[in-house]
Design a protein around this ligand. Structure first.
Ligand code: HPA
Length: 275
């Protein structure tokens, strides 16, 4: 019997494929607040998620919930404008649905973006940070359950998940474009509450530079499906307690993303053109 998760993916892939003029090789997931700044890079088609059967619909304000498909440079690109978060209450099958869809459509390179809190004391609010690795403390894994053999192996290797090759390319391009880019390890929490200062001290001790509420399940699913992954985070704020006088707010995150949006756009477009 076919796994219902596979049937759901295949059905969605057939519909999405039918709307694409170009075979995508690159996919880009735009996290909180970046969709607006990124806009629609040239001619292409806009496909609301609601028109793709089985696609999980987000509940968070500020997530547009559509794909843009077109060409950037020589590459067919699929841009996922917004994402579904685990804290919204959905399953990790939902959270990873987009990435698995990309794999079915033939995408080879995944670029993920997100917002995070800066744990590393040398980071500042507004820094753009290349994700070098992650720490998954969600307590669950999106690959739990029967393995989707047609996507990837039961026990995928995670030793080199955030591609060294793509990180080197991103660093080169950032240098050429005059964009400062730091590097760090991303720690995912479930959210939606921000962390306590005591939690942040633990995460720092255990090797984290950034903390956020997304990306890790998607990247695990991408690694499973053999995609090459590049992750770029915008450290929108200092994590809880890093500045003992400060408190955290979503408004601050949104404002930082709005400010950094144009720079992120410039960097992403330059990277995709060079892939
Ligand atoms: N913690 C978790 N997620 C976040 C943060 C944070 O400080 N900032 C933006 N996303």
């Amino acid at each position: 019997m076919t796994d219902p998760r596979w049937e759901r993916l295949e059905k969605a892939a057939r519909v999405l494929e039918g709307r694409l003029a170009e075979r995508p090789t690159v996919a880009l997931v735009l996290g909180s607040g970046f969709s607006e700044a990124f806009g629609y890079p040239g001619e292409g088609v806009r496909i609301p998620w609601a028109e793709i059967p089985g696609f999980p619909l987000p509940t968070v304000v500020g997530h547009a919930g559509e794909f843009w498909a077109g060409k950037i440079g020589k590459n067919g690109v699929l841009v996922q404008r917004g994402r579904t978060h685990y804290y919204e209450g959905c399953s990790l099958d939902d959270v990873t649905f987009g990435v698995r869809l990309f794999a079915l459509l033939g995408v080879r390179t995944l670029i993920v973006t997100n917002a995070s809190g800066a744990i590393n004391p040398t980071f500042s609010a507004g820094d753009l940070v290349l994700i070098t690795d992650h720490i998954n403390t969600l307590g669950i894994n999106p690959l739990r359950g029967p393995n989707l053999e047609r996507l990837g192996p039961r026990f995928p290797d995670m030793s080199a998940t955030y591609s060294k090759r793509l990180r080197a390319l991103a660093k080169d391009i950032a240098k050429d474009e005059g964009i400062a880019l730091k590097e760090g390890v991303y720690w995912m929490t479930c959210g939606p509450s921000y962390e306590t200062p005591a939690e942040i001290r633990v995460y720092r001790t255990l090797g984290a530079d950034l903390v956020g509420m997304s990306t890790v399940p998607e990247v695990i699913a991408a690694a499973h499906a053999g995609l090459e992954v590049l992750g770029i985070s915008c450290a929108t704020n200092l994590a809880a307690g890093v500045n003992p006088e400060a408190t955290l707010s979503h408004d601050e995150v949104v404002e930082a993303l709005r400010k950094k949006g144009p720079e992120m756009r410039k960097l992403l477009l330059a990277i995709i053109r060079r892939l």
